[in-house]
Design a protein around this ligand. Structure first.
Ligand SMILES: [Zn+2]
Length: 252
C-alpha cells in the first residue's frame, strides 16, 4: 500500500481520504550543522522518521517541507531562512488543503527546534477550525527514552546525537574527518535571567555546540528505532481517537 501522497494518483488519494482522516507532515530546516553534517540535516532526519512511521502505520505522509525558521544560523553559508510568519502560514495552508479532503488530524514531525513556536501557534489556530495538530520532536523523545545514550554536551545542535542519526541514515553525506568539539562561548554581557538576541555565530565558530566526534551509526540506529516506535504509538492512538474527544467542548 502506498503511503506517500506524491506517489499516489488522485484516485488513490481519494480512496485514502474516504477511509481515513489523518496525515503526517515532516518539516525541517536547511541550515548549517557543523563542518561534518549536510545542511539538510533537520529536514532529512524528519523525513526519514515520518516516512518510516507512515509505512508502519499505513498513515498518509506528505513530502518534507525543507525550509524553516533559521535566521539565527545565517552567518554560515548555505543556510536558507524564512520568517516564522511565512513558515506558519505555509504549513497551515498545507493542512487546510488536506482538510478540504477530510483530513482532520495532522501529525507534524518537526526536525528543527527553531520552528516550534510557529508550529504551536499554527496548531492553536487550526484547533479553531476543528483540525487537531500534534507536533513530534525526535530529540525530546530520545532525551526521555534514552537518557544515558549521550552526555548533555553530545545532545546539542550538530553534536554527537544528531550526527549519529545522520551516520545511521545518510552515511554518504557525513564527513567525520571534519567533526569537531566546540564548547559554546558565553556572551560577554550574559547574566542569570537575561535573554539576548543571539545568533549561532555568537556561540560557536564551527557551528557545533558541544561534542560531535563521539557520533556513531550504531547509536544513531538506536535513536531512530526508539523514536519511530514512540511516534508509531502516538499515530496509532490518534488514528483511533474520535475527533470530538480530541477537540473537547463543555457539555451544556
Ligand atoms: Zn538540527
Amino acid at each position: 500500500m502506498k503511503v506517500m501522497l506524491h506517489e499516489m494518483s488522485w484516485t488513490e488519494a481519494k480512496e485514502y481520504s474516504i477511509k481515513s482522516n489523518i496525515a503526517i507532515i515532516p518539516v525541517g530546516a536547511n541550515e548549517q550543522h557543523g563542518p561534518q553534517n549536510p545542511l539538510g540535516t533537520d529536514h532529512l532526519i524528519a523525513r526519514a522518521i515520518a516516512e518510516e512511521t507512515a509505512k508502519r502505520t499505513g498513515v498518509l505522509c506528505l513530502q518534507v517541507i525543507p525550509f524553516g525558521v533559521s535566521s539565527h544560523h545565517k552567518q554560515f553559508w548555505g543556510t536558507i531562512y524564512i520568517s516564522p510568519e511565512t513558515f506558519k502560514d505555509y504549513v497551515k495552508e498545507v493542512c487546510l488543503a488536506l482538510n478540504y479532503y477530510g483530513i482532520r488530524k495532522v501529525v507534524i514531525v518537526n526536525g528543527h527546534g527553531g520552528n516550534l513556536y510557529a508550529l504551536i501557534e499554527m496548531a492553536r489556530e487550526l484547533r479553531e477550525q476543528e483540525i487537531f495538530v500534534s507536533i513530534f520532536q525526535w530529540w525530546s523523545a530520545a532525551n526521555k527514552l534514552l537518557p544515558d545514550l549521550f552526555k548533555p554536551e553530545e545532545r546539542r545542535h550538530a553534536a554527537a546525537e544528531e550526527t549519529s542519526l545522520n551516520l545511521a541514515l545518510y552515511p554518504h553525506i557525513v564527513d567525520m574527518d571534519k567533526a569537531v568539539d566546540e564548547e559554546p562561548r558565553r556572551h560577554i554581557v550574559q547574566a542569570e535571567g537575561i535573554t539576548l538576541p543571539l545568533d549561532t555565530v555568537d556561540y560557536t565558530s564551527s557551528g557545533v555546540f558541544g561534542k560531535s566526534t563521539t557520533a556513531s551509526a550504531e547509536k544513531g540506529k538506536k535513536v531512530f528505532e526508539v523514536v519511530v516506535k514512540e511516534l508509531v504509538k502516538h499515530v496509532n492512538l490518534l488514528k483511533e481517537a474520535k475527533i470530538e474527544d480530541l477537540l473537547q467542548k463543555l457539555k451544556v
